[in-house]
Design a protein around this ligand. Structure first.
Ligand SMILES: [Zn+2]
Length: 316
């Protein structure tokens, strides 16, 4: 079924777009660490690639330029299985958020990461996901002017923005379209006529991501079933987001929770609660949970595709 939405057409076939954000973020330490990047390279990435090879999955990997420069092999290792190399900005430093950088700086970061990833991989890089999903009205122009065609930074109808960085700006998630759309020239959260296509991350009130899967596996199974009904009705692709750093274990060492917020309530919600929650089912325990999820889609004959491959098949 499905497909005609405001004059655009979404393919009928069920599509599962598994996406991976590759960075040096340590969930255990709640900070950026080169050592974590090494574990991502040596443990997290091989675990993910094994699962994908087993189910014949093609997926998209969004790399920060930082980790690609530090460990170029992390980019090269995905090529032979037909995965897509994509940009996750320059780094996950708070000051590199696309919602706070001026247009020229956004362009610098996009150009830099695109060139670096293309040089390492030999693949053209056309897809982007902003670090921490932080974007602003200049981001559309910055992406178009640096040669990007697809963005996946919008999490339509996801309600957890008050717990995350750049929270209040993400209120726009409440009204952004659920189906892929051509974005407005001055607003990534709205439909329009620019050359950029948004392929929103799937959400159903709560995010449909590795973190939720690890924290609440039973709830995620229910969410998955409801989203599957929606896909059958509207042709909406399933866009899941996982991080190879969720598949590594750093729990051998003691940790301090880094204070990132100055506001005491934000500190409690964002730093303490989030950090305590986010470590559940980290490491090898996350692998069977993810494999179950992929099996759900494989059994229902979803096609596993990259953002680029899916995006190029759209007529929106
Ligand atoms: Zn990220």
């Amino acid at each position: 079924m499905g497909g005609i939405v405001h004059g655009s057409s979404i393919p009928n076939k069920k599509n599962a777009l598994l996406t991976n954000d590759v960075e040096t973020t340590s969930i255990w330490y709640n900070s950026l660490r080169d050592e974590t990047g090494k574990k991502v390279l040596e443990e997290g990435m091989p675990a993910l690639l094994d699962i994908y090879a087993k189910y014949n999955v093609r997926s998209t990997f969004f790399f920060t330029a930082y980790i690609a420069k530090l460990y170029p092999e992390i980019v090269k290792m995905i090529i032979k299985d037909g995965h897509e190399v994509a940009s996750h900005g320059k780094s996950h430093l708070k000051e590199n958020g696309f919602d706070i950088m001026p247009l020229t700086k956004q362009k610098d970061h996009l150009e830099y990461s695109k060139k670096l990833l293309e040089d390492i991989s030999g693949q053209e890089v056309v897809s982007f996901r902003a670090p921490a999903l932080r974007v602003n009205n200049d981001t559309v122009r910055a992406l178009i002017e640096t040669g990007f065609k697809f963005d996946s930074s919008v999490a339509s109808q996801r309600f957890d923005f008050f717990m995350s960085f750049g929270g209040i700006k993400k209120l726009k998630w409440l009204y952004s379209p659920r189906l892929p759309y051509r974005v407005a020239e001055n607003n990534i959260f709205m439909k329009g006529q620019s050359s950029l296509i948004e392929i929103p991350l799937t959400a159903l009130v709560t995010p449909y991501v590795g973190t939720t899967m690890r924290l609440m596996p039973k709830y995620t199974a229910l969410q998955r079933w409801i989203l599957h009904q929606e896909s059958k009705l509207t042709g909406k692709p399933m866009v899941f987001d996982i991080h190879p750093n969720e598949l590594i274990d750093e729990s051998g060492d003691a940790r301090n929770i880094e204070r990132r917020s100055s506001n005491p309530i934000q500190y409690l919600l964002q730093d303490i609660v989030r950090s305590k929650l986010k470590v559940k089912n980290l490491g090898k325990r996350a692998i069977p949970l993810y494999e179950d999820m992929i099996l759900f889609y494989a059994e229902r004959e979803y096609e596993f595709r990259t953002i680029r491959d899916y995006g190029e098949s759209l007529k929106v």
